[in-house]
Design a protein around this ligand. Sequence first.
Ligand code: FMN
Length: 519
Amino acid sequence: MLIKLLFLIFLAAAGLIDSIYLTWEHFNKVIPPCTINPLIPAFFIDCGKVLTSPYSIIFGVPLALIGAFHYGLLSLLIVLALKTQTKLFRYWIILQSAFGALFSFYLMYIQLTIIKSICIYCTLSALISFILFILTYYFLKKERFELHTAAYAFVYQNFIKRVFFLLDAEFIHSVMVKRGKFLATTPLIRLVGSKLIYKDKSLRQKVSGINFENPIGLAAGFDYNADLTQALYYLDFGFQSVGTITNYPYEGNPYPRLGRLPKSKSLMVNKGFRNKGAKTIAKHLKNLNFKIPVGISVGMSNSENLTIVPDAIKDIIAALKTFEKSGVKNSYYELNVSCPNLIHAKKISFYLPKNLRLLLSAIDRLRLKKPVFVKMPIDKTNAQVSAMLGEIVKHKSVKGAIFGNLQKDRKNPAIVPAEVKKFKVGNFSGKPCEERSNELIRLAYKKYGDKLIIIGCGGVFSGKDAYKKIKLGASLVQLITGMIFQGPQLISQINLELIDLLKKDGFKNITQAIGYENR
Ligand SMILES: Cc1cc2nc3c(=O)[nH]c(=O)nc-3n(C[C@H](O)[C@H](O)[C@H](O)COP(=O)(O)O)c2cc1C
């Protein structure tokens, strides 16, 4: 970076000398010598005509002086960027060089089309401005991404979200899924991706034999019918979950199924595994290629026919078999035993270690080709979760645990009481999940960090939130609610922030940070 910034300073200094020279000539009313090559027709180059034209002065200030100020400021900003770590100067360099290039473009246009002559000194300055802009564009790529994702966030949070939040949450969700699915069939999606996908080797890792470009994934419940598997890569996700999918299709619990608690930064969720069923979704996924790993979240059907544990196990096994047979590429399984929204199959609990043992033993017998991660509850006590983990580690098909699912406790301190009162049913995502999710990541990593891979999930709204989970022991992090509140650029922003946080702590790769605060 030092060499790159030095190169930029050299160019800015050249622009500064050129502009100072023109300013000096302006105030001394001297027209500088104006030929570069006798082969270029003289009628085209006429410094006098350009420098004495009305366009050479704006609001009484000579353009040359404005140019000198611009290059002087740019030189100063580059020096400050070299001397300090303050990002502000780098952002300013990008904006200043973009302004310079735009203004130069305008001035070249005036020379060529209105004055119909060019001044070689002005053209040199324009050339320097264009080169500076192009080099800044490439040299300060990360800062450029940070700037435009911040601009997206501003537009989303101040305009788009305000409109969305006036409309029904489930309606907006289904419109966005349909738009996303459609966009993925058009070349437009690449345009989105080119603005959001930021790759960096410090975020890359291999987890349970699967390559992850970055640690941020979409949690289960957003893409329940697997409609977005071709789209989410372009939002900079490193992986995504589909589902939860069940053996039998389910049209969803009675309304309301989704609501917003803006002050609590939370969503009320009461979907109860609304999905098209394993057979239909497996058929759809079978021949697709995925740019990012896909976690197939499987749970028991929300059906009145399931009243006893052995039947629930058979039902889950049937769904897993369907997916295993269809050979979905680049995928893993999430076993959702913790959904608090099942209205029909409510009585069957896999929180009891003896039931969990029966289920996981049946899964072991399937000899699945892909790893299984168990989606855990966050409303159970440490003792109950420890007992579940004690069982999980005995089963070779299970490679990890996800902490965790929704918050059931309506008295959770992160939930604003006036907001929760509006909902008679449902459980809660977002910030009310964060603290307990972190506590359980800490607990699981401490006890079983050497045996289990942990995926953190719950209340991630920023890079710092994700990093906290990673330092407590999570190898990967999932989210939904943060994206709804902060905007679809959030994933890219988290990844950019994670790169800085890793660097600040002296880690070359994310794997070095996993569990660092909890060893
Ligand atoms: C609309 C919605 C639907 C959800 N459905 C499921 C689901 O089907 N299966 C599941 O395992 N978790 C489901 N969840 C829980 C999320 O996967 C996640 O565990 C929880 O929302 C906490 O993450 P967040 O705070 O980033 O949203 C759902 C969450 C939301 C917001």
